[in-house]
Design a protein around this ligand. Sequence first.
Ligand SMILES: O=C(COP(=O)(O)O)[C@H](O)[C@H](O)COP(=O)(O)O
Length: 327
Amino acid sequence: MSTDDSGTAVDPAVLETADDIASMEIRGAATIADAAAAALATQARHSSAETPAAFRDQLRAAAKTLYETRPTAVSLPNALRFVLRGMDGEIVPELRESTVARAETFRSDLEQAQTNLGEIGANRLRDGDVVLTHCHSTDALACIEAALEDGKSLEAIVKETRPRKQGHITARQLREWGVPVTLIVDNAARRYLDEADHVLVGADSIAADGSVINKIGTSGLAVNARERGVPVMVAAQTIKLHPDTMTGHTIEIENRDEDEVLPPEERTDVAVDSADDGLTVENPAFDVTPPRHVDAIVTEHGQFPPESIVTLMRELFGETTGEPWEV
Ligand SMILES: O=C(COP(=O)(O)O)[C@H](O)[C@H](O)COP(=O)(O)O
């Protein structure tokens, strides 16, 4: 066990999961949520706490460690909050059992939600359609998978998605399913929209006004799609809904390391000398697509016009939330 800032023991397996999320070994909003719930279950199983208070402190410290990895995907705090709210019991073994059970419920609900969402999203895809994708989203792919299972044949235009090239993961998955794939650089997207019937993306967070926060480049793609008349479909389970935005909070956009954009070995191609302080490299990982550029948000509860998502958000999360470990 190592300790967090307050001196509370956090299990090494939790620290490893946190590192993997920060370094993007584990990535994508749903996968991050699943890994975080699994890590809390591990913390509960391995806990050597002797009192209920110490057990609760350890679980909260683990949740905080996981929360501080990446700021944008709200599925992470939503997952942590869901698991911690299920921590129930008078003695440590009861607390352990309830926490592990709650984490397992979260993980199986997540899987089921994605399957249900996929079936709903598949209804928007017709036989022979061409789908243009950005980044790698398991929710978006679930829609394609369900359409293929319905016997529809689809083709995909896959944006590479600089700087981390998550489009390669999407392309590989689609090829494994037998879908013909055209891989393009991000800059070619507008040209290829003429050949697409849908833009299909996932989401890291959805704000109360229906804005969609997803991989950088989504908003430009959506604007171009609107101009070309191609519908934009966002596949997002309800754990992507950001309840804090109901009270006006904005969503933090993660800025990642500049080396992802300009690796150190290429820096000399651009910088005039080693101390070139006139050169700035920025690497925002996500952007905000306004609701007017989105046609439908597909969730496990049905599809919604973005402007009406706040009703579902209120129903599922109530009015306020607070920090995930303050439950
Ligand atoms: O923007 C990304 C991933 O960004 P990163 O690679 O930086 O994590 C994905 O579109 C969403 O997370 C949804 O994914 P999913 O549908 O799998 O939750």
